[in-house]
Design a binder for this molecule. Sequence first.
Ligand code: NAP
Length: 487
Amino acid sequence: MSGTSVLAGPAKLYIGGEWAEASGGERRDIVDPATGTKIADVPEGTTADADAAIAAAKAAFPEWSAKSGRERSRILNRVAQLMGERLEAFAQAETQDVGKPILFTRMIDIPTAIEQFEYFAALAQTLDGSVRETPLPALSLVRREPLGVVAAITPFNFPMILAASKLAPALAAGNTIVHKPAEDTPLSAFLLAEVLADAGVPSGVYNLVTGPGAELGDHIVAHPDVAAIAFTGSTTVGKRIASVAGASLKPAMTELGGNGANIVFADADLDAAVTTVINAFVYNTGQFCMSGTRLLVERPIHDTLVGILAGAVPHVPLGSPSDPGTVIGPLVSERQRTRVQRLVDQAVADGGTVVAGGAPLDLDGGYYYPPTIITGVPNDSEAVQEEIFGPVLTVQAFDTEAEAIELANSTRYGLAAGVQTADAAKALRVTKALKAGVQWVNGWAMLDPSVPFGGYKDSGLGRESGPEALLNYTRSKSVTISVPPAS
Ligand code: NAP
């Protein structure tokens, strides 16, 4: 049986201020991961639709980029306000589409997306040029200009937060947008297009094309009228995008995979550490680039901490994401669940021991997987080295601070890391040595739109959030003006 779509009408592409069917006439079913049933269908956009969206964004650029920062700020504030007024619809869309618990879509996903628009609405007013004095008989005017058409390509796991974290700074800086959301989870993007239109974002400034990334991707990225790419997704696709963009020397900001190390020292507050460790690996059912999926524990507390965690995780409320008490919903798809199981099996084959979870759950036809803890996994196991993207914690013991740092830095990723300790000096030493772009001491995933966010190594290039993100969407132009010495 099909569920009910949260969209008021049939979803359409949004191009140049008009709602349109895909030019090929195809549509794709969208499935509720909590039940495996169809909840909507959306247009399967084609390269011709992408071309139309890029042309609309190009045509809208001169007028949008010529607006003052104050004018763009007013419109972005209105976007934030309208998202707030329609928060429940957005939250329901994310919950049905991604399987995210409604508790979090109401409290975290949509409010965080709104904060991005509010923050960059404020920064839009600060983006101005500067004058530099030089030793020359000249003054240099350094202008900041928007890039042009930005392709925003977003993944399945945080549709609104990751759309907002690209759209808000790019629009604030005066760019126009072609947005391609993930095929599996595009529903909230249709609501966002409505909000942007209702907020007064001029036609063509934001364009939405749904469709298969593998077919549309290279076409959009290589298109000569696309000036820059803002991508969040897997490392494999991110590297492909960076190479295609590199061929025409256009910037590609890539926020990619991760497998965060959470280091718990023996001096940490154990109760607080237990809560942090659990939240860090079960949040968003582990489908979180910043997941704290690798627990590194100082040996004297290893057995105690593992015992407490294994006893606690079966009690974390798991079930229908529309139940306000649910903390763990389903994975996004059967494909994702199969991948998680393969990596769990690999960890066991490599010598690990499952002390909690370890097998899929049969519940309501959904793609559920329980919180899973595996001890004694060797560091070279694929389950440690790769991103699992499920609610899975591998546990490794360490004896010295140096060993903890070495283990933490030993994978190809470098996005998130955490240090749980009562010793402030140790926290500063260790965080300095960790090769991860986003770190927390005595906590996990504390985020704010003012704080830059991004990875080292295979976790990507560029930063979202903070003034750094705004500058990503601009280039400087310097004009040096001769000032003859006074005679
Ligand atoms: P994905 O498979 O890489 O897809 C991401 C987006 O890229 C989707 O819109 C996808 O479209 C599109 N795409 C696919 N192939 C493409 C191509 N050749 N050219 C251009 N675009 C293409 O990632 P995902 O499975 O949706 O998301 C999970 C990944 O995102 C994980 O690795 C996670 O760590 C990462 N992530 C990183 C961050 C961060 O901030 N660092 C945050 C969240 C997620 P289709 O859906 O149509 O294939």
